[in-house]
Design a protein around this ligand. Structure first.
Ligand SMILES: [Cu+2]
Length: 472
């Protein structure tokens, strides 16, 4: 048995060596985690600062920056400002959230297993705060639990967290004040292994999932809400999140983190993946199962890996229907008022709940609908309707404002289709089918499995754009 197992592992090791030497072409196409060797050997020697272990690649967090660090006496030091951040879920959809160093979610921390790290956390919020390192095995007084392991960081105060990371995998950091979490205070904390997991990947992406309840014409999330009308990947609602790009045949890892009120079943089209990691680290090779949907529960992380062997643009999204739309609200604006098939306030002002001089007055509460905000208990039936007339809308026939069978189909209306390709165009959307953005809302984005020429063309466009921005 022993020698058999040794030769099995040796065989895989030599296959892996040849594959690496051959370069990118068709390298991993028929590999599955079942065939992989035991995890790459973990040499105890430290990885030089600024480098990653053999075959390890940095994680790309679309639309979210990495957190910069500097080296002080062998310690990686991060400056962390916890503050109000004005951000944009979609072009024009401004949100006043709380974030870190100007970003919601916070910037992605990337370190190596074995690193000694220091986080100098400055509380710029108008209330106490403390930072928790979710899943990290740190000394008790570094755990960021207000009261039980430290005093909260006072307004304007600073606290220094310092520890050595001896784990590897997908972790995250977040406020341990519960309501502050719902204002956006979370970020990815990636700890790279000393050597790449086997089989190694060609692309490694990170996604933070968040949900928000924001009243129409408002910019401040309601952290008390139990239902949500804005769902974001990396602080962007579909179709604004930058698509994840790979070349046909590459092996791709996507790391998913959820810290909100709902669980999210995340689904990939056109491929099967393996769930290879949790918030506790790498899953044993023998335990992985094929899937195309992974439930990422609150406070959990899941890593999925797949071979991108099916060319095309593929949806990657939460499959909860209410998480696949934007600005879900019942009665907003004159259009709503004219279509609602139930008693209605009659005007936009009234519809916003401003009947008795305040937005949350009891008299207006039903109009708020769906418990998006306080006081919506006496809810009544209302319809889904488009929020705006968009010139790019392609759902109806040109020249018509109402469908010919309106009123003949029970249940109408249900869905809307708002195309905003031009609003969210960027190099990464080059070559996508016209109208793609109409079906991409809420917690939805796209994995683009590209022919090498298209992939390379997009890199050129990105470089061009970067040069133009630098020249400005
Ligand atoms: Cu969801």
């Amino acid at each position: 048995m022993q020698s058999g197992r040794r030769s099995f592992l040796r065989g895989l090791a030599s296959v892996a060596g040849v594959a690496t030497a051959q370069g990118a072409q068709a390298r991993h196409v028929d590999e599955t985690p079942q065939k992989e060797a035991a995890r790459a050997a973990s040499p105890a020697r430290p990885i030089p600062p600024g480098q990653l272990g053999p075959d390890v690649i940095p994680v790309v967090t679309p639309d979210v920056p990495d957190m910069p660090w500097r080296l002080e006496d062998g310690v990686k030091v991060f400056d962390v400002r916890v503050e109000h951040v004005r951000t944009e879920f979609l072009p024009g959809r401004i949100v006043d959230a709380w974030g870190i160093n100007g970003s919601v979610p916070g910037p992605t921390v990337q370190v190596n297993e074995g690193d000694h790290v220091r986080f100098v956390v400055e509380n710029r919020l108008p209330e106490p705060f403390s930072m928790h390192w979710h899943g990290l095995e740190v000394p008790n007084n570094m755990d960021g639990m207000p009261g039980i392991s430290q005093d909260p960081i006072p307004v304007g105060g600073t606290f220094v967290y310092e520890f050595t990371v001896h784990q590897n995998g997908t972790f995250f950091y977040h406020s341990h004040m519960a309501m502050q979490e719902m204002m956006g205070l979370i970020g990815l904390f990636i700890i790279h292994p000393r050597g790449a997991y086997a089989p190694r990947v060609d692309r490694d992406f990170g996604i933070v999932m968040q949900e928000w309840a924001i009243l129409p014409n408002n910019t401040i999330p309601n952290s008390l809400a139990m239902e949500f009308n804005w769902l974001t990947f990396n602080g962007k609602a579909g179709p604004a999140m930058t698509p994840m790009l790979c070349k046909l045949g590459e092996r791709v890892r996507i790391r998913l983190v959820n810290l909100g009120m709902d669980h999210h079943p995340i689904h990939l089209h056109g491929h099967q993946f393996y769930v290879t990691g949790t918030e506790g680290g790498r899953i044993r090779t023998t335990a992985v199962e094929p899937a195309n949907t992974v439930l990422v529960g609150v406070a959990q992380a899941r890593d999925v890996e797949f071979v991108a062997n099916n060319p095309g643009d593929w949806h990657f999204h939460c499959h909860l229907p209410h998480h696949m739309m934007n600005q879900m609200a019942s009665m907003v604006g004159p259009l709503m008022m004219s279509h609602a098939n139930a008693p209605r306030p009659g005007s936009m002002t009234a519809g916003m709940g401003i009947i008795e001089g305040r937005a949350l007055g009891d008299a207006a509460s039903p109009a708020l609908g769906r418990t998006i905000n306080l006081g919506a208990e006496p809810e009544r039936a209302v319809s889904n309707m488009p929020l705006t007339r968009n010139p790019q809308v392609t759902f109806m026939q040109p020249g018509r404002t109402t469908p010919p069978n309106e009123g003949m189909v029970p249940g109408y209306p249900q869905d809307m289709f708002m195309v905003m390709d031009d609003m969210v165009a960027k190099p990464e959307t080059y070559g996508m089918r016209r109208g793609w953005s109409g079906g991409t809302m809420g917690m939805m984005t796209v994995v683009r499995v590209l022919e090498p020429e298209v992939f390379d063309r997009i890199q050129e466009l990105k470089a061009e754009q970067a040069r133009e921005e630098a020249a400005r």
